[in-house]
Ligand binder design. Structure first.
Ligand SMILES: CSCC[C@H](NC=O)C(=O)N[C@@H](Cc1ccccc1)C(=O)O
Length: 668
């Protein structure tokens, strides 16, 4: 195995040190809970590439062991219910066949050669084991008007065409950074693991899974393996914000029965109880508001369903997992900038924290153990296990030595009075070696969304320790509109985006200026996406001199032109009007309308593959700044999407980011 880069001797935590860390994925426990399998991704700044392999981790204290060596992109491992195999997706060359798209593979947990299972035209999107451990349900894209046996030929024909046009009459044709496969829809299939033979369960039916990245949360297999429940969009015109229904298909007969369909509700993430008598799922009352949270609901065998978390003002997140006794449901949910693993008791409808974040990214529960992938401002995603006695143990220390070689800043949460006189949370990450007896520059890092939150979590793209290591106090305001503070706070900005958020950020800056350790002449503001929108909004609303410089990454600039994005169906709900019905209202929330006020030097960054915030937004902002003589610099990536995902581009991104700020900060 190639020697890993030695832990750096450089105590400053830099972008190179960030990329040298192992990135540990979701863990899947074996049936006895003694081990878990997870993907580990390693990047090389030299080759500018990633390599992902599968590793085994003990829940009983043993050392991690690498399971796969040959693959480059082994991912999404799932341990079989019988414990004899681990299934995963990979693109490999085997038996003279080179995978063009990700295919299903299986490998015994004690090692050996992985075996490709079947050959799925167009590749495998997501999958789950059947309880019998002999079959796998998986998602693959198909031409709905062609038979299953014709799909491979249809794909060959499509790939061989000389035309390059993407032609559609669909409303949903792009998502984040890719096109929805032209003319195809996602179907649910069943694979026989022994023979590699697959069946398209939806063949010849009007049913399909959601087209925006269908994942394994979109369906579940009944404990007896005879039925599969799935979420689907019943509308003829598929839209990102349509309200999904739930249906169940008989695996043998392929008969489909709609279980729940209600025009007021959006249903998702169905999960059978262990006994099969109940179905937990997520329900959001979209008729009461587009920002209504997803809540925990349960359907019984008689077709009766109820929301159980009505009185709990939190957003319940997929996946849902039933407790062993089927009396409670496990899931993660945010609370005040942290994300915990919760157990929701159905009897008394009470939620208790089972594993406290930081940030719990994912979990798996089996054999009396709960394996958790969690992180914090202080450490990247790591695996820990919660055993039946409630004891928590680390399952690995893959990054410990590298992390110990660097100096990290401490973090804390504070609060201040923001818009409407509300209490607003801010997280501070202090530079290593911080002393209140000195004066320090401040860097606002404004989160995106807007309905997300920054909290005690690790970010691979905007890493707060890398920022702080440059000597900044990093300030992260969870402004009005942020998630994890209840529905009313999140929804409070609807129809007047920019207003309360700016008041919050300005109140935060006033709070900071009142600290003796803040250098009032060296305060900057940065943000991505909605955070980029906010710094463009600040350029039009805050007098020059308050902030010495801005960095705007993938910022929304003009809500009318933003209609070219992939999420346009959300705009009128969030802005309070469609631009063609009330252009003034939409313009009043667009930074472009305040261009004459722009005066603060701004670094504009955008990726061409960004379909959520099209790069024309950043280019228009940059051109507007240049046209008015405002100092500006553009970093444009032809091969990056909403984020920067390649090591060398990320190194350039941080270099340009820090250089721009340094250029516009007065010498200390
Ligand atoms: C409200 S529509 C999309 C929201 C989504 N994130 C959730 O809060 C998102 O993609 N936010 C972008 C900014 C954006 C907002 C509205 C329309 C397009 C993009 C982001 O901050 O990443």
């Amino acid at each position: 195995m190639k020697q890993r880069a030695k832990a750096s001797a450089e105590p400053t935590f830099t972008v190179d040190a960030l990329w040298a860390l192992d990135r540990i994925g979701e863990a899947s426990l074996g049936p006895d809970g003694a081990q878990a399998v997870a993907g580990v991704t390693r990047y090389s700044m030299e080759t500018n590439k990633a390599q992902s392999s599968l590793w085994l981790f003990s829940t009983l204290g043993g050392e991690p062991r690498r399971l796969t060596e040959a693959g480059e992109k082994d991912g999404n491992p799932q341990w079989s219910p019988r414990g004899d195999l681990i299934a995963f997706v990979a693109k490999r060359e085997q038996a003279g066949v080179k995978d063009e798209e990700a295919q299903l593979y299986v490998i015994p947990p004690d090692g050996g050669e992985a075996r490709r299972v079947g050959q799925v035209p167009g590749g495998v999107e997501a999958f789950k084991w059947f309880p019998d451990g002999r079959r796998i349900a998986f998602v693959a894209w198909v031409w709905p008007d062609r038979k299953a046996a014709e799909q491979a030929e249809a794909l060959r024909e499509f790939k061989a065409r000389k035309e390059t046009a993407y032609v559609t009459d669909e409303a949903l044709y792009r998502f984040w950074d890719h096109h929805i496969p032209m003319g195809r829809v996602p179907h649910l299939h069943v694979m026989d693991v022994a023979t590699g033979k697959a069946r398209d369960l939806f063949e010849g039916t009007p049913f399909e899974l959601g087209r925006a990245e269908p994942d394994a949360n979109a369906f579940d297999i009944s404990p007896d393996g005879r039925r599969i429940v799935f979420a689907f969009d019943p509308a003829a015109e598929k839209q990102l914000d349509n309200r999904f229904a739930l249906a169940e298909i008989d695996v043998r007969t392929r008969q489909v029965q709609t279980l729940l369909r209600d025009g007021d509700w959006d249903f998702s993430a169905p999960r059978y109880s262990h006994g099969g008598a109940h179905l937990a799922f997520l329900a959001s009352h979209q008729a009461r508001g587009h920002n209504r949270p997803t809540q925990l609901a349960v359907l019984d065998q008689h077709g009766r369903w109820a929301v159980f978390s009505e009185g709990w003002d939190h957003e319940v997140s997929a996946p849902l997992r039933w407790a062993e006794d089927d009396q409670a449901v496990l899931f993660t949910a945010e609370d005040r900038g942290r994300r915990h693993l919760w157990q929701f008791a159905l009897g008394d409808r009470r939620a208790d924290i089972v594993f406290e974040g930081g940030h719990v990214g994912s979990f798996d529960a089996r054999g009396g153990f709960i394996a958790v992938n969690h992180d914090s401002v202080q450490f990247p995603p790591r695996l820990s296990v919660l055993d039946g006695d409630g004891a928590v143990r680390r399952m690995e220390a893959l990054n410990d030595e590298r992390l110990a070689a660097h100096r990290f800043g401490r973090h804390e949460e504070v609060s201040f009075t923001g818009a409407r006189g509300d209490d607003v949370q801010m997280w501070l990450i202090h530079p290593p070696g911080f002393s209140a007896r000195r004066k320090w520059p401040v860097m606002h890092v404004i989160h995106g969304g807007p309905h997300t939150a920054f909290g005690d979590s690790w970010h691979w793209r905007w890493n707060h320790q890398v920022f702080a290591a440059q000597g900044y106090v990093v300030a992260c305001v969870n402004y009005h509109g942020s998630s994890s503070f209840g529905f009313e706070f999140l929804d409070s900005i609807t129809g007047h985006w920019g207003e309360y958020e700016l008041q919050d950020i300005e109140a935060a800056t006033d709070w900071l200026l009142a600290r003796p350790w803040v250098d009032s002449r060296r305060i900057v503001a940065t943000g991505g996406s909605y955070g980029g929108y906010m710094v463009a909004w600040m350029n039009g609303h805050v007098p020059a001199g308050r902030y010495q410089a801005y960095v705007c990454h993938a910022g929304c600039f003009d809500w009318q032109a933003m209609y070219a994005d992939d999420a346009c169906s959300w705009h009128r709900k969030e802005l309070g009007a469609a631009y063609w019905d009330d252009p003034a209202k939409v313009a009043a929330q667009s930074p472009v309308s305040f261009a004459r006020q722009f005066a603060t030097p701004t670094l504009v960054i955008h990726g061409q593959l960004d379909y959520r915030v099209p790069d024309a937004q950043g280019l228009a902002y940059y051109n507007t700044l240049k046209s008015q003589g405002v100092p500006a610099r553009l970093v444009w990536f032809p091969d990056e999407n909403h984020w920067v995902l390649k090591p060398r581009n990320s190194r350039l991104w941080y270099g340009e980011f820090f250089a721009w700020l340094q250029r516009h900060l007065p010498r200390r």
